[in-house]
Each structure stands twice: as structure tokens, then as C-alpha cells.
Design a protein around this ligand. Structure first.
Ligand code: CAP
Ligand code: MG
Length: 421
């Protein structure tokens, strides 16, 4: 086998090809040689000509390096390489062995363009933005919510009480935290039942609809049982920590086709998305989540405590909200029949940052504040009110400080945490 068998810079990707954009830092070889090795290892090749591998097979099934621009390499993969509807299998090819090869010092999967046939083989969000809006009966404003804090430690009663105070203060959504599952001090079923009872109560009292995001993260079969429990007991939303649970577990949850909003927490993504030279971009993670079928995904909050530059977070938001992505500075994508997903902006948000967040990200976001609600000087209910007041100020286009003059909870929040103009 000649060394550069998988390089074809004249190749024009077919509509049916899957295309990957890699950032390649070669190790003691040229970018070309590294790229060739990536293409062969992620498709049908190996380090030497194996028995039965001939030019005909390489032409038909080999991945093709068709563009090299400095360190950015585009590789096209024939659709035949993949099993439709099997995300783990697809990723074993395009995001598998290649990350550990000696020919690369660093390697980052920046983006994937999925062809129609693959897109059609996944379910995508069952509800999407419109479906979630129908459940909460809120047409065109951002949704606001909180995460029960402390993350872990409360009893089911305390958890339910927190949720009640947050909802009745005007929040749309209350969420269990990513590491709260079924610990001895706060058992899943008891917590869920007590909290959903409070949700019913507050819905009756206020006439508003609410969402309770309960964490079902567990071993896959157990996770499905917990999601079913939510559905059978009047709940409307299940959360999975997708990175630690795995794509397959998430796909299993989606394929259950439950009547629940699927809220996707990305805890752990920083292990492979943070390094700008190595790993997989958050954009790629978001595309995979949309394809499999999350309704709401944590993508970053720009003005809070978590990493994620405004430009990057907005690119991700566009990718999960729009139907056709023509140019993101990355790859184009037609989402065909796959619904748009809600962006969840969370982590270090408080009433003083909400207006700025909405100005930057628009109306189709779920803005969540954990400590930014619970650490309000007057407690959770006042914290929720302050968030709602900040939302109203934003919707009415009034400066937060001005609005705070006759809204005491907001005033106390911005006296404590400040605000962004
Ligand atoms: C927010 C949060 C979320 C982060 C994760 C937390 O709480 O519940 O897990 O948003 O980051 O525990 O930090 P606070 P991301 O509002 O108290 O910060 O959403 O970027 O994945
Ligand atoms: Mg959390």
C-alpha cells in the first residue's frame, strides 16, 4: 500500500457522505501524513495492507481526506461505513482509535456534518422548543428556573419545600442537581412524589404550568425505570447526565419514546471539550444530542461561572435552534425533520446577569440560577421573585437598577451580586 492512499484532495464530498472537520497537530510527520493515517484508521485501513484490502474496496469504503488548510483537515466518509441509527458505532469510527494514535500530538473533532440518510435514522427531540413551550404554556419568552441547592444533602421534604418556594416565587422550572440521584438521605421515589405534589399545589394556586426536572441518571435499565416512574406519577421531565451515562444510554432513554421532556445535563464534558487542541468540541456534543433527541441541553451561560466564550456559545445555540446551518465558520448542516432544542444557560447566573444573558442569547433559552436564587438574602422565594422581576425588566426593556427601585427582591439581589449593564 502506498503511504497516502486515503488522500484525495480533488475529491468532492457526495451528498450522502458524512464529513468531519478535524484540527490536527501532527507528531513528527506532516499534516498530510497524519491526516492520511486518521482517514485510514477511522474507516477501513490499518497500519499495513491487510489481506483482502484492495483499491476497489478503498475507493468504495475508504474515508477521503479532501481538504487540508493548515491544521484543519476535512475527511469525507461514505455512508456505507456506518450502521444507521447507531451513534456509538458511528463514533467508534470517526471519534475512536484516532485520538490515541502516535502520529498526532493533538487531535480535535471540531464538527460533524451528518448526511440526510443518517439524520433520518435518528429520532431527534420528541418535543423540541415548541413542545416544551406547549407544556409550560409560555409562547415567546425565555423560561427561568432554579436548581435545588445545596446540590446534595437535603431530605425529600426539604427538597420539595425548596421547589415549592421557587415555583411560587414565579419560576417556571425546578431541577434536581446532576449528582443527586438516589442517595440514602434523599431517595429518588420519595423525593419525586413529594416534589410533584408541591408542583400540583403551586399550579393550582397560581394557575401557571410548571416543569419539574428530575435526574434519572443511573445504570441504563434503572434509569429507564426511574423515567417511567416519573411518567406514571404525573411528572413531565427527566434529566440525564449524558456524558457520564454515555450516548448509548441516552439513545435508549430517547427510544423509550416517553411523554417526557428530556433535559440533557453535560457534566463532565470539560474533560474533552475544554482543550482547544485536543478532544471534541462542545458544538459536536450538541449536534449529537440534538440528533439523538434531547429537548433541552446545557450549552453555557457566558456571564456565569462556567467556561464558554460568548461567540462559541452562540454558535452552539444557532446550531441547535435552526433548521439549516449554512455557515458557522465550521460545517454546514441541514437538520431536515429534526426539531430544534432549547438551550439551557446555567452556572453562576443570578438576577443581575439575566437581562444581559437574554440580550445575548434571545428568547429561546432556559435560564437557570441555583445559588443565584437560593443565596438571596431573604431566601429561595425572594430569590425566585428577584429572577422573575429581572425577567420582567428585560421583557419591558427597563434598566435593572431602575426596575429595582420599586422591586425590593431585585434590589436586594443586585445589592448583593451586582448587575451587568
Ligand atoms: C448551576 C449548576 C449546573 C451548571 C453546570 C451547578 O448552579 O446546577 O450544574 O450550570 O454548567 O451545579 O453549577 P449555580 P453548565 O446556578 O448555583 O451555579 O450548565 O455550563 O453545563
Ligand atoms: Mg448542577
Amino acid at each position: 500500500m502506498k503511504p497516502l492512499d486515503f488522500l484525495n484532495l480533488k475529491y468532492k464530498p457526495k451528498e450522502s457522505d458524512l464529513v468531519c472537520l478535524f484540527r490536527v497537530e501532527p507528531n513528527k510527520v506532516s499534516v498530510k501524513e497524519a491526516a492520511n493515517n486518521l482517514a485510514l484508521e477511522s474507516s477501513i485501513g490499518s497500519w499495513d495492507r491487510v489481506e483482502g484490502l484492495n483499491e476497489k474496496l478503498i475507493n468504495r469504503l475508504g474515508a477521503k481526506v479532501y481538504s487540508i488548510n493548515k491544521n484543519l483537515v476535512k475527511i469525507a466518509y461514505p455512508i456505507e461505513l456506518f450502521e444507521l441509527g447507531n451513534m456509538p458505532s458511528i463514533l467508534s469510527g470517526i471519534a475512536g482509535n484516532i485520538f490515541g494514535m502516535k502520529v498526532v500530538k493533538n487531535l480535535r473533532l471540531e464538527d460533524i456534518e451528518f448526511p440526510k440518510k443518517l439524520i433520518d435514522s435518528f429520532k431527534g427531540p420528541k418535543l423540541g422548543i415548541d413542545g416544551v413551550r406547549k407544556i409550560i404554556r409560555v409562547k415567546d419568552r425565555p423560561l427561568i428556573g432554579t436548581i435545588v441547592k445545596p446540590k446534595v444533602g437535603f431530605s425529600p421534604d426539604k427538597h420539595a419545600e425548596y421547589a415549592y418556594r421557587a415555583w411560587s416565587g414565579g419560576l417556571d422550572l425546578v431541577k434536581s442537581d446532576e449528582n443527586l440521584t438516589n442517595q440514602d438521605f434523599n431517595k429518588f421515589k420519595e423525593r419525586f412524589k413529594k416534589t410533584i405534589k408541591k408542583m400540583d399545589k403551586v399550579e393550582k394556586e397560581t394557575g401557571d404550568r410548571k416543569i419539574y426536572v428530575e435526574n434519572v441518571t443511573a445504570e441504563t435499565k434503572e434509569m429507564i425505570k426511574r423515567a417511567r416512574f416519573i411518567q406514571d406519577n404525573g411528572g413531565n421531565c427527566a434529566m440525564i447526565d449524558v456524558v457520564v451515562s454515555g450516548w448509548s444510554a441516552f439513545q435508549t432513554l430517547r427510544n423509550e419514546n416517553l411523554d417526557l421532556i428530556l433535559h440533557i445535563h453535560r457534566a463532565g464534558h470539560g474533560m474533552f471539550t475544554e482543550n482547544p487542541k485536543h478532544g471534541m468540541s462542545m458544538l459536536t456534543v450538541a449536534k449529537i444530542v440534538r440528533l439523538i433527541g434531547g429537548d433541552e441541553l446545557h450549552i453555557g451561560a457566558v456571564f456565569g461561572k462556567m467556561k464558554g466564550e460568548e461567540k462559541e456559545v452562540k454558535i452552539i445555540e444557532k446550531e441547535i435552534e435552526k433548521n439549516i446551518i449554512s455557515s458557522n465558520g465550521v460545517l454546514k448542516q441541514d437538520w431536515f425533520n429534526i426539531k430544534p432544542m432549547f438551550s439551557v444557560c446555567s452556572g453562576g447566573i443570578h438576577p443581575g446577569t439575566l437581562k444581559k444573558l437574554i440580550e445575548s442569547m434571545g428568547k429561546d433559552i432556559i435560564a437557570q440560577a441555583g445559588a443565584g436564587v437560593s443565596a438571596h438574602p431573604l431566601g429561595v422565594n425572594a430569590g425566585a421573585r428577584a429572577m422573575k422581576q429581572a425577567l420582567n425588566a428585560s421583557l419591558e426593556g427597563i434598566d435593572l437598577k431602575e426596575y429595582a427601585k420599586d422591586h425590593v427582591e431585585l434590589k436586594m439581589a443586585i445589592d448583593k451580586w451586582g448587575y451587568l449593564k
